[in-house]
Design a protein around this ligand. Structure first.
Ligand SMILES: [Zn+2]
Length: 193
């Protein structure tokens, strides 16, 4: 009976009964000793092995793993207990999601930690070298929240002072742009004469 079942099964990668023979359909019926050691496959196991073989073709990245599962099913003769084991192992290995920071909603650290970091906020435009412009973030290393700005760790009041200076700087930038626009208008007027 077991020989008949095996003879109807295509070879499964990683689960060859004889590594020297790519077509197990020819060798298994003659392998009387092996058949005596191998339990008969249940119809369910046959069906699952067929599904595994298809999955190996569709998902080559996990074909080796699926081959090991198929090998265990062939050893056991049935698939239910093997698949239960696989499911249990996968659930055990699935890590618990790390706990979010208990102190700050803006902190990106998880689990047990003493130093708190926010994501960096950067200007929408990068410079010509692809670098971020004016990155700003919050940190707390000592129980006090500081603002990281211009590579400085600032108190909120100090950060507001720097921000005011930067706003004045941006006003100056706008004035320069206006000068450039006037220059362009003068050149156009000359060209039109
Ligand atoms: Zn934190």
């Amino acid at each position: 009976m077991s020989n008949t079942v095996y003879a109807s099964l295509p070879a499964v990668t990683g689960a060859c009964l004889d590594p020297c023979d790519a077509d197990q359909r020819t060798i298994v019926p003659a392998a009387a000793g092996l058949a005596a050691l191998t339990p008969a496959l249940t119809p369910r196991a046959v069906r699952v092995l067929g599904q595994i073989e298809q999955a190996q073709k569709d998902h080559p990245d996990v074909a080796k793993f699926l081959g090991l599962v198929a090998l265990e099913i062939r050893k056991a003769g049935d698939s239910a207990a093997v698949l239960d084991d696989v499911l249990r192992i996968m659930q055990e290995q699935r890590a618990e999601p790390p706990a979010p920071c208990p102190a700050y909603s803006w902190c990106t650290e998880t689990g047990d930690h003493d130093e708190h970091y926010s994501p960096y906020v950067v200007a929408p435009s990068r410079d010509a070298y692809g670098r971020d412009v004016l990155p700003v973030g919050l940190t707390d290393f000592t129980g006090t929240v500081t603002v990281g700005l211009l590579d400085l760790d600032l108190t909120p009041a100090e950060a507001r002072g720097k921000l005011a200076e930067l706003r004045v700087h941006l006003d100056h930038v706008e004035q320069l742009i206006a000068v450039a626009e006037q220059g362009a208008a003068i050149e156009h007027a000359r060209a039109d004469q």
